[in-house]
Each structure stands twice: as structure tokens, then as C-alpha cells.
Design a binder for this molecule. Structure first.
Ligand SMILES: [Zn+2]
Length: 460
């Protein structure tokens, strides 16, 4: 009797399988937070993926009736959500994690980071550091990262190898650095970088003039023009500290936002990182030019830079994403912490507990970041037709129990370590916390080998 039942069951499955569309992957069970315009949550839900795209988001029963998958991910008791978008980092700076702490930005940069970089940045350090950053990002649920560093082509190659999506900016800076002796040389490098990677499915090549205080007018204008020539994003550190505001006032008699507007720097493809010290008019300038903002609450707190007025940006309609900044000023790449700190910092600095809610923090880390990058047609929410960038997060820790509100738990009680599965462009990069694209032990060993060289070079 039992045997007959099993045979009947198999027959039923194979019969209906013929009428179901084949897809590459189904993530099934768990609470699916779509981050679509209606903020729909399916509990339980399922996501069907074919190739690089999401083809359907529905109840598990509806997905099972319509599709059969080559691979299944069981996300029962987990939360499934769009992959996190880290809108500002310097991936290889994981190599300088913990090298110089408890300093303000200027002293930290000029006396520690720039000298350490001058002695140690090489294609190898960038490659090894980015692999370590990629492990950390995949393990903590980041699926897209925006980067600004040297030898950016090494970062692009590692992103592709790791399977991560990246908006990657070749740094342009006025003084001689490891990969360019002059800004003109850096611009030539940036152009070559853009043409090499412009048609890649994972990498969006960008130009990254470091900041107003590290570039002259000619270099800033040339960077913006290079971006416009190729329709490439332009990434810049912006109004990060009061020092920068003072410098702009002394040199240009304007705020950084107004000066950059006066030289036609801003455009819809520009992404400004930080924006801590801004006037209402500066915010209006960013809005007028559809500039995206990357908010980095942890870096801003650690370097004592200040608290960006994020509620003001949001109410002005500026697209705001979240970033970790480089690991030397954070000191990790965990976007769950970035969400939590963005909310807490806004509450503290405005003395208003509603300043940034859990929902707003989650929006900034997903669809908001996608909007800041003008990539919201492709990523940032779980909707049919978008790229399949998603994560599944465990909700079974003591600190996550009981669960009344999944969004509250994601922002206020969850850590990067809770991520179980990370999928980018339809490809599973991690399942059950096992990495599929990178050799974790080799990456850690390579990092420690190179860290010995960094230590020797900086005398630590
Ligand atoms: Zn930065």
C-alpha cells in the first residue's frame, strides 16, 4: 500500500512537471520582503529565477504550480529580501583594517592612510584585499558595492570572479599615487578602464575624482566630462567634514555643492558620498541635478565627522543609499550595522525617534541605494523582470526571538553573520553559509601573508 502511494506521488509530480516552466532556481518558504512600491511582504513566499532574472514572486503554492527548478533553496524560517547595496566603500582597504583608529579624517588620511598606501598599494594588495572584502560582503548579504580605489581593474576582475555586482570607480587624485603619477595619467587609466568593462553584466565602470580638497578645477571638470562621454557614473567624496567646508569657503567663497555646480560637475550620474555638512540650498542643488547620496553613518561617527541630515535629504526627494565606507574607518563591511546605525544616528542627532524608521533604513539599504545609482530598474527590489540579486537571512537566533515584525528584526536585531544564502545575477554565491565562488581559507591565508608586508612597511 505504501509503495503504491509513492509511485502515485511520483507519477503526479512528473505529469505536472511537463506543464511547469523550467527555471534555474527557486527560493522557497520564509518571509519574502519584496521592497516593491507597495512594500509587499509574502509570508510565506517564493521567488522563481531564470538565468539572471527574477521571473516571478508569489506564494510557494503558486510558484510550485507554475515552475520546476534545477536548484531549490529552502528558506523556511528565514527572511528573503533584496541583496543589500553598499553605495560607498573602498574594498581593498580591508588590508588597513585596525591600522589607525581614533583619529579625525584629516589626520587619519594624511598621517596614516595616505602614507601607508604610498608604501604598500600594488595590484597584488588590491587583488588580495578585494577578495577578502568580497568574502565579507557575500557572507553579510551585500550583492552590489560601489567602490573607489586604485588599480580598479583588479577590483573589477575580482568582483567578476566572486560574482558580485559592482559600480567601480577608478580614483583620480592630484598627487602621485601607486597607479598614476599625475591626474592626467589617472584620467587616461580611467578611460581605459571604462572601455574595458563597459559592457560587463556585473561591473559598471565609473570615474572617481577623490574629493574637492584633493583635486583642482581642471581635474574635476575633466573627470565629469569623462563620465558624460561614456554615460559612466562619477563618484566623489563630498562635504564630509567641517575642514572641507572651510577649505571651499577660503578657496572658492562657496560651499562644495555650490562650487561643484558652478563648474558643471554635477549630473544625474553623480554619486556624492557623505554630504554631512550641507545647507538647505546644498540639498536643493543635489536634488536639482538628480545627484544620489551615499550615507555612511558608521564612518562619519568613527571619524567624528558629524551627522548627515538624512531626513532633510529624504524629504527634499534626494535618492539616499547607505554605505559602510572603507573598512579602515568602520571597521567592517556589514550593511546590517549600517542600517541600524543610520537609524540610531538620525534619532540621536535630531532627538526624534521617528527620524529614520526601520523601514526607511531598509529602503535605503536596498531600493534607495539602487535609486541613488540610477539602477532601480535593475536591482533593489524583488520583482519579476529585475536581476536576481537576493539574500536569505536566518531568524532563529535567541536575539531574534520572538518575531512580531520582520522589518524591525532585520534592522534592529540582525547581523551580517545571520545571512544564509547570497544570490547575485541569478548565481548562488553562498548557500548554507558555504561560499561557492571563492576559496575562503586561501583568501584568509593570502591576506595574512600580505598583512605582514603592510606591518613591516608602516612599522607596526
Ligand atoms: Zn570613502
Amino acid at each position: 500500500m505504501k509503495r503504491v502511494l509513492i509511485i502515485c506521488g511520483l507519477a503526479a509530480v512528473s505529469l505536472s512537471a511537463q506543464t511547469r516552466h523550467p527555471v534555474s532556481l527557486i527560493v522557497v518558504g520564509g518571509t519574502v520582503i519584496t521592497e516593491n512600491a507597495a512594500h509587499e511582504i509574502l509570508a510565506p513566499g517564493a521567488v522563481a529565477i531564470s538565468g539572471v532574472d527574477i521571473v516571478d514572486v508569489d506564494t510557494p503554492a503558486a510558484i510550485a504550480a507554475k515552475y520546476r527548478a534545477a536548484e531549490m533553496i529552502d528558506a523556511r524560517d528565514q527572511i528573503v529580501l533584496p541583496g543589500l547595496v553598499n553605495t560607498h566603500t573602498h574594498a581593498p582597504m580591508v588590508m588597513y583594517r585596525g591600522l589607525a583608529d581614533d583619529l579625525a579624517l584629516r589626520e587619519w588620511l594624511e598621517h596614516y592612510i595616505f602614507p601607508a598606501e604610498a608604501k604598500t598599494v600594488s595590484p597584488e594588495l588590491v587583488r588580495v584585499g578585494t577578495r577578502l572584502a568580497a568574502v565579507e560582503m557575500i557572507e553579510s548579504g551585500t550583492t552590489t558595492f560601489v567602490d573607489m580605489y586604485y588599480f580598479e581593474e583588479e577590483i573589477a576582475r575580482v568582483a567578476i570572479e566572486a560574482g558580485l555586482r559592482g559600480v567601480l570607480g577608478q580614483t583620480i587624485i592630484q598627487f602621485p599615487v601607486a597607479d598614476a603619477k599625475t591626474p592626467a595619467e589617472a584620467l587616461t587609466r580611467a578611460e581605459r578602464f571604462i572601455t574595458e568593462f563597459k559592457d560587463n553584466g556585473l561591473v559598471v565602470p565609473a570615474v572617481a575624482p577623490h574629493a574637492l580638497y584633493t583635486n583642482d578645477k581642471t581635474t574635476l571638470v575633466a573627470s565629469a566630462e569623462l563620465g558624460r562621454k561614456y554615460g559612466a557614473p562619477v563618484i566623489i567624496h563630498f562635504s564630509e567634514t567641517q575642514d572641507e567646508i572651510r577649505m571651499a569657503r577660503d578657496q572658492y567663497k562657496m560651499t562644495p555643492a555650490a562650487y561643484l555646480e558652478s563648474i558643471a560637475f554635477w549630473g544625474p550620474k553623480t554619486l556624492a558620498a557623505h554630504g554631512v555638512w550641507v545647507t538647505d540650498e546644498d540639498i536643493a542643488i543635489l536634488k536639482r541635478h538628480s545627484v544620489g547620496l551615499a550615507h555612511n553613518p558608521e564612518s562619519n561617527m568613527k571619524l567624528a565627522s558629524g551627522a548627515a541630515p538624512i531626513p532633510k535629504y529624504l524629504s527634499a526627494g534626494v535618492a539616499v543609499g547607505l554605505g559602510t565606507d572603507g573598512a579602515a574607518s568602520n571597521n567592517d563591511l556589514d550593511m546590517f550595522e549600517a542600517m541600524r546605525q543610520a537609524s540610531f544616528l538620525a534619532k540621536l542627532s535630531t532627538r526624534d525617534p521617528t527620524a529614520i524608521s526601520a523601514q526607511t533604513a531598509l529602503d535605503m539599504a536596498t531600493i534607495g541605494g539602487a535609486r541613488a545609482l540610477q539602477m532601480d530598474r535593475l536591482i533593489g527590489s524583488l520583482e519579476a523582470g529585475k536581476r536576481a540579486d537576493l539574500i536569505a537571512v536566518s531568524m532563529s537566533a535567541a536575539r531574534q526571538t520572538p518575531m512580531y515584525d520582520p522589518v524591525s528584526h532585520l534592522v534592529y536585531a540582525t547581523r551580517g553573520d545571520d545571512v544564509r544564502a547570497t544570490i547575485v545575477n541569478g548565481k548562488v554565491l553562498m548557500k548554507d553559509r558555504r561560499l561557492r565562488t571563492l576559496d575562503r581559507a586561501a583568501v584568509i591565508a593570502d591576506t595574512n601573508r600580505l598583512a605582514a608586508k603592510v606591518r613591516a612597511a608602516v612599522g607596526r
